[in-house]
Design a protein around this ligand. Structure first.
Ligand code: ATP
Ligand code: MG
Length: 257
């Protein structure tokens, strides 16, 4: 009797565990959030076709490289994602926006959901770092001074530049300026960071330092899509890699990089 009930208990326990495991699995799959999806998209520069039949998905939390030789379409691809070039053909969804039906008036709201980092930093040269940050926050609707100060300090801390807020861009090294540009991209808590050759103007050692910052930001849960030429970085920090080549975008494994 005892043995039977113990068996029964184990059986019940076993089935419970497998049911739980099953639901856990379902939940995990349901939780996979897609932050970027393109289906059969074409990327144009004016009338000239740069990339075609682009289909891809980027999940929340991924770190994805975009590689390809100069002129292959990396920046055009990025520009389409942040609404600088219209998506003329195919489907595209990024964060909560439909790129196909994106209106001019929606572009600033799309950009608030994205953190954009460029090769040439694009800091405002006539004001210090704190004022650069303030400019973005005011332009995106922040009014509470205490919250502004706390947010500026928080993003500068994330990139190891907490004490540099009083400096002007020209008083910082290239690597420091890029860290500030990354901090600026984090100000509005973006769902996806688009970085177009963020290490393109930096020496190898400084590139690694900037990359460490991006890696930490990714480990903290943010999704990053980074265009790069820097294969040494990809080898050092391997991750999913998309390649632009012959007007197409496809995933490559590291051997083929
Ligand atoms: N503003 C523009 N007007 C017209 N054509 C452009 C423009 N910008 C880029 N192109 C063209 O689009 C194609 C893709 O350029 P893109 O800048 O996207 O390449 P890329 O992969 O980012 O190159 P790089 O590695 O040099 O940054 C190229 O043929 C380029 O000449
Ligand atoms: Mg480019």
């Amino acid at each position: 009797m005892c043995i039977t009930s113990a068996k029964e208990k184990n059986l019940k326990k076993g089935s419970l565990i497998s049911i739980r495991t099953y639901y856990f699995y379902i939940n995990i799959s349901a939780m996979k959030e897609i932050v970027l999806e393109l289906k059969d998209a074409s990327i144009f520069q004016k009338d000239s076709l740069v990339l075609s039949e682009v289909s891809l998905k980027v999940e929340k939390g991924e770190f994805v490289y975009l590689i390809g030789k100069t002129g292959s379409g990396k920046s055009s691809f990025m520009k389409t994602l942040y609404g600088d070039l219209p998506l003329q053909k195919g489907e595209g969804h990024i964060v909560e926006f439909n790129l196909k039906t994106l209106k001019e008036s929606e572009i600033p709201f799309l950009r608030r959901k994205l953190g954009i980092v460029f090769q040439d930093f694009k800091l405002l040269p006539d004001r210090n770092i704190n004022q650069n940050m303030l400019f973005v926050l005011k332009a995106t609707g922040w009014t509470d001074n205490a919250k502004i100060d706390a947010q500026v300090l928080s993003v500068l801390e994330k990139v190891g530049m907490k004490t540099k807020g009083f400096k002007f861009p020209h008083e910082l090294s290239g690597g420091e300026q890029q860290r500030i540009a990354i901090a600026r991209a984090l100000l509005n808590d973006p769902e996806l960071i688009l970085a177009d050759e963020p290490t393109g103007n930096l020496d190898p050692q400084t590139s690694v330092e900037v990359m460490k910052v991006l890696q930490e930001i990714n480990k903290a849960g943010r999704t990053i899509l980074m265009a790069t030429h820097d294969y040494a970085l990809i080898l050092k920090y391997p991750s999913k890699t998309l390649k632009c080549d012959a007007n197409k975008v496809f995933e490559v494994v590291q051997r083929a990089v």
